[in-house]
Ligand binder design. Sequence first.
Ligand code: PMP
Length: 393
Amino acid sequence: MKKRLRLSRRTRPFQESVIREMTRIGAEVGGVNLAQGLPDFDPPRELLAALPGILSEPRHHQYSFTWGSPEFRRSVAEKCERFNGLTVDPDTEVTITCGVSEALVDSVLGLTEPGDEVVMLEPWYENYVPACALAGVKPRFVPLRESDYALDLSRLTKAVNRKTRLMILNTPGNPSGRVLSRSELTEIARLCQRFGVIAVVDEIYEHIWYEGHRHVSLASLPGMADRTVTVSGLGKTYAVTGWRIGWAVAAAPLTDRIRKVHDYVTLCAPSPFQAAGRVALALPDAYYEDLRREYARRRTILLAALARCGLSFMPPEGSYYVMVDAKPLGWKDDWDFVNFLARKVGVLAVPGSSFYSRRGGGETRARLNFAKRQETLLEAARRLDEKSLRYKA
Ligand code: PMP
């Protein structure tokens, strides 16, 4: 007789990513995909031009140094000085990872103990909760205000206690579009210092913010360099999400723990794309100004269409997502709303509830992204304009 297999309890509650489910529906109905947050335009010419030369060098086809090639780590350290106000030692404080996704999991696994608590703001990016489950730590959610995603610092303070080991933050935020201000970050820094909490800050959208806002790195605030892990990567800034290059920047004792996980999980990040990443990080300031100008243009097209439909939303301060609320149009269920959008309008969005832990969170909302060519967004706008989005029972 064959003995029944036992599988891990840890991974049992994981759900398949809702975004993939939306992409499947999209393939069925042929909608404009504003669900998955990936660009449909080309990376910068300079990067494409550099690749053939990089690929013709035999050394780029083998493992890099485990923590990342020394040259690329130096580029990341220089970039941290140039854009983030951080002084970073490339030898002891930078780890190159397979995307921001890996850097986040390495940080949670490397810096917590089972039973610890990890504080995060809600709505959250979908990888944070499974990362906590893998590490056996308990997420504690601090809801942002529903109308404008304002952070209530007294709620955050109440969520932190002596069991809190980490705080995961994301600024500019997905899906909220919030850019945490210097004064909010100063309060957060005070809390981290008072309770001995490490902040893991996902800054993947660090270069994408709009008028009146500006990205600030928490690690650059006084007293935070020794207790912040700054995570970012190439995917969003250079439209190369498939390259899988990210990094975790943290003081040496924290980096040491992050590297231990990284070493045994992936050994190293892809060598050719670390080499190409040096070209990306050397692009001039004009590249980042253009990037913001283009995103501002895309944002205007989509937000105007959404407003014409009667949806309510907070205009994003940064990142390339907007969460809309369909409640003013009579909708009560986010899945009904996104199914209607997909099947009757031909636009794919992500149901709002997939960014919340609590029952009823995001239940009349949906997330759309505008990391798309102008013609893709104009086509989405045309489809939205054609149809009434009002709920009909
Ligand atoms: N963090 C956030 C907030 C994201 O939106 C995403 C991608 N959608 C990631 C991390 C994943 O980044 P990467 O592709 O570099 O793993």
